[in-house]
Design a protein around this ligand. Structure first.
Ligand SMILES: *Cc1c(COP(=O)(O)O)cnc(C)c1O
Length: 291
């Protein structure tokens, strides 16, 4: 495997709206979604001195899982720092945590972890939480080109892109490489937080994506019954499984957005399906009537 590019585009109709879905969940069976795009730089380039990749973040993050795949494919060691691992999770590994460990991740609990104090050796590569790094542009430019190519091939005059954001890295770099408008909504923190994230990576506000406010404040990782119901309906009607952390907020915001006439809208499926395992379990445990 040396190419993970060119995921399919599919048209769907949901709640009387027709739009396109860029299926980045189908990039590759293990290395997929926007994390594969963001880490593509590290996947494809030569790093002759590197044999270890280091990162940190939450104990169930999609980025953690994708880094474990990257490390495995490259034959690198993977050290991952977390604040805390609940004893329940240690005893009953599941979801991204379980699969990342199976891929050889060495997880280190360290409440004091601070990347500023990390003394990197020559053989070590550090990747910021969630892949919010400049190098992410490399793979996201390829994604932008795939979208442009699709647009040309299908004679789409006016296109708008929508995708939900965490760190905002994906939306930001897509906007940088696309002429059409990129719309996004915050799923971690509020619009102010997202704006700050954009500014960290790009000072020129003119080339920032458009931020669409969500209908209310959603706390990241928290369970909202209506989100699960929307997710389930989407799966039933379109046969596409979306992610349960970002997509319900993203698609709800996208669907309620007034659509401009003569515009084609493309929503990006950013993968993350390994994480659904634990989310589904949490939902069904909390809301017994959901089944
Ligand atoms: C990480 C992730 C996001 C957020 O991506 P950012 O580049 O951090 O904004 C969205 N959706 C899924 C499924 C993800 O795994």
């Amino acid at each position: 495997m040396n190419s993970i590019t060119n995921s399919p585009v599919q048209q769907i109709t949901f709640q009387n709206q027709s739009f396109l879905i860029k299926r980045d969940d189908l990039l590759h069976k293990d290395f997929s979604g926007n994390k594969a795009r963001k880490f593509y730089y590290y996947f494809i380039n030569d790093f002759p001195n590197i044999d270890t990749v280091i990162s940190y973040g939450s104990n169930q993050s999609n980025a953690m899982y994708s880094l474990s795949i990257l490390a495995k494919l490259r034959g690198w060691k993977f050290l991952y720092y977390v604040d805390h691992i609940p004893s329940f999770l240690k005893e009953h590994p599941q979801g991204n945590y379980k699969y990342a460990i199976a891929n050889g991740m060495q997880i280190i609990e360290d409440k004091e972890f601070n990347k500023e104090n990390l003394q990197l050796k020559n053989n070590e590569l550090f990747i910021s939480e969630g892949g919010a790094v400049k190098e992410a542009q490399f793979g996201l430019k390829i994604l932008a080109n795939e979208i442009k190519e699709y647009q040309e091939q299908h004679n789409i005059k006016n296109l708008k892109i929508f995708l939900p954001s965490g760190t905002g890295t994906t939306a930001l770099f897509l906007q940088k490489f696309l002429d059409c408008e990129v719309l996004t909504c915050p799923c971690v923190g509020d619009s102010e937080y997202l704006k700050k994230q954009f500014l960290k990576l790009e000072q020129k506000e003119k080339i920032h994506p458009t931020i669409i406010q969500t209908d209310k404040k959603y706390h990241f990782g928290k369970l909202y019954k209506e989100n699960y119901i929307l997710w389930e309906k989407l799966k039933e009607k379109t046969t596409i499984e979306f992610d349960l952390l970002y997509d319900p907020v993203g698609l709800k915001t996208f669907l309620s957005l007034p659509k401009e006439k003569n515009f084609t809208y493309l929503y990006i499926h950013q993968g993350g399906l390994k994480g659904n395992e634990t989310m589904i379990e949490r939902y069904l445990y909390k809301y017994k009537d959901l089944v």
